[in-house]
Write a protein that binds this ligand. Structure first.
Ligand code: FAD
Length: 444
């Protein structure tokens, strides 16, 4: 049976390992993950964890991995892969051979190049990110959330639950416009405004400014001392370059420090928006999307194009290499190729991939993808590969709950609802069948 190595130890990796055992794979299974935690779940990070209702989101206890003979190599990044010799190189320089390799490295948050490194500015992908943000939440403080995608909207809702004043800015015409279209985006805007969020659409972030006051020096050094006999002695530091001028007669610096960082741009104090307005803020959260974590695959020969290019069962362009989850761009049953950044998809793909890998009949990937997002008391749910440019028919709107059908070429391709789970779920078969939209609209 040989050895399957899965790189990444998130949801898609764990599901792949589980599904491989279920499909009868009896060989060695190794999960290589760069985070140190046991594999954990991410959806609660922008919801319960941020609100302080929960801290542990571990997917499976350690015993589960032992019982299923799944070896966890945590705190270890994969640095490169040689597909000819089927060898991975890990961050510590060691090598790990494989018979089959599964890429499940997910995404990394997009950052804004050139933004100063100020305290109080956050992204949200990992448990550490969520805990760091939570630690800075103070009721009555002011936050700017940049980007009103799912994560930005959820963060805004969680911050409101902790009595933080929130400004939510989105360069698109509405929140969620690029994924769900502007019609549903308007309903989401209304929801957030009703909860006291200052939603500003069509405007982005231009600049953030620090207070220039707080400045810390962290040194891990064992012994670190400064002796100065000087009369006038100053330290200039702009965060990157740092100099010490001393007029002293005898002046010396001894430092055994191994790692030593200087933060000196202070804490974020205000943000300048694209329309010229300035907002005073205590916190900034960047929710401006994510990029596939594929830097370690550059030069490997594995085809990359906004993620790892795959066929309909997860095979990449390189023999014995597969990809799954957020990082993977699978061929869709209906044609085309797409990455799907949703929780349910990771498990569905894992099942198809595992069966294919052991040579069993894979079955088809789910015809009708599902996602959800929790904002305030509402669960927003979607079925189908909906797009921002589909024709959207809002068929129910009671001021808070809503239901919308998505049409492409006269056919129903998806549905999105808020607080109407039953209504959403019962359209599944019609979406799979590509029912004529008139049929649905006539039944409303
Ligand atoms: P990940 O969970 O990102 O796991 C990938 C792992 O690989 C990470 O631990 C990463 O550090 C590691 N890695 C990266 N590079 C390397 C390397 N070179 N070597 C070793 N390890 C590496 N989806 C929904 O449907 N509904 C929701 O409500 C929802 N909420 C979410 C909220 C947040 C805050 C986030 C971040 C995501 C949310 N999602 C939600 C999306 C869902 O969590 C993802 O679809 C899912 O986590 C994808 O799993 P994955 O295993 O592909 O990637």
């Amino acid at each position: 049976p040989g050895r399957v190595v899965v790189v990444g130890a998130g949801l898609a990796a764990v599901r792949t390992a589980e599904e491989l055992r279920r499909a009868g794979f009896d060989g060695e299974l190794v999960l290589v993950g760069d985070e140190t935690h046991l594999p954990y779940d991410r959806p609660p990070l922008s919801k319960e964890v941020l609100r302080g209702d929960r801290d542990d989101t571990t997917l499976r206890p350690r015993e589960f991995f032992d019982e299923n003979r799944i070896e966890l190599r945590l705190g270890t990044a994969a640095r490169s892969v040689d597909t000819a010799t089927r060898t991975l190189t890990l961050a510590d320089g060691s090598e790990l051979g494989y018979d089959e390799l599964v890429v499940a490295t997910g995404l990394r948050p997009r950052r804004i190049p050139g933004l100063p490194d100020l305290a109080g500015v956050h992204v949200l992908r990992s448990l550490e990110d969520s805990r760091a943000l939570r630690a800075e939440i103070v009721p009555g403080s002011r936050a700017l959330v940049v980007g009103a995608g799912f994560i930005g909207c959820e963060v805004a809702a969680s911050l409101r639950a902790r009595d933080v004043d929130v400004v939510l800015v989105e360069p698109q015409p509405t929140p969620l416009a690029s994924v769900l279209g502007a019609e549903v985006g308007e309903l989401v805007t209304r929801l957030h405004r009703s909860e006291g969020v200052d939603v500003r659409s069509g405007v982005g972030l231009s600049e953030i400014r620090g207070d220039g006051v707080a400045s810390e020096i962290h040194s891990d050094g064992v012994a670190s001392e400064i002796h100065s006999d000087g009369v006038a002695s100053e330290i200039h530091s702009d965060g990157v370059a740092s100099e010490i001028h001393s007029d002293g007669v005898a002046s010396e610096i001894h430092s055994d420090g191994v790692a030593s960082e200087i933060h000196s741009d202070g804490r974020v104090a205000s943000a300048l928006l694209g329309d010229g307005t300035e907002v005073d803020v205590d916190l900034v959260i960047l929710g401006i999307g994510s990029v596939p974590a594929v830097e370690w695959l550059e030069g490997s020969g594995i085809e990359l194009d906004n993620g790892v290019v795959c066929d309909g069962v997860g095979r990449t362009s390189a023999p014995h290499v597969w990809a799954v989850g957020d990082v993977a761009s699978w061929q869709l049953p209906a044609g085309g190729r797409r990455r799907i950044e949703h929780w349910t998809n990771a498990g569905e793909q894992a099942s198809v991939l595992a069966k294919s890998l052991v040579g069993a009949e894979p079955g088809a990937a789910a015809q009708v993808p599902y996602f959800w997002s929790d904002q305030y008391d509402l669960k927003i749910q979607g079925l189908g590969a909906v797009r921002g440019d589909d024709t959207v028919h809002v068929v129910r709107d009671d001021g808070r709950k809503f239901l919308a059908y998505y049409e492409r070429d006269g056919k129903l391709v998806g549905v999105v609802g808020a607080g109407l789970a039953g209504q959403v779920m019962k359209t599944r078969a019609k979406i799979a069948a590509g029912a004529p939209i008139e049929e649905l609209l006539a039944a409303v």
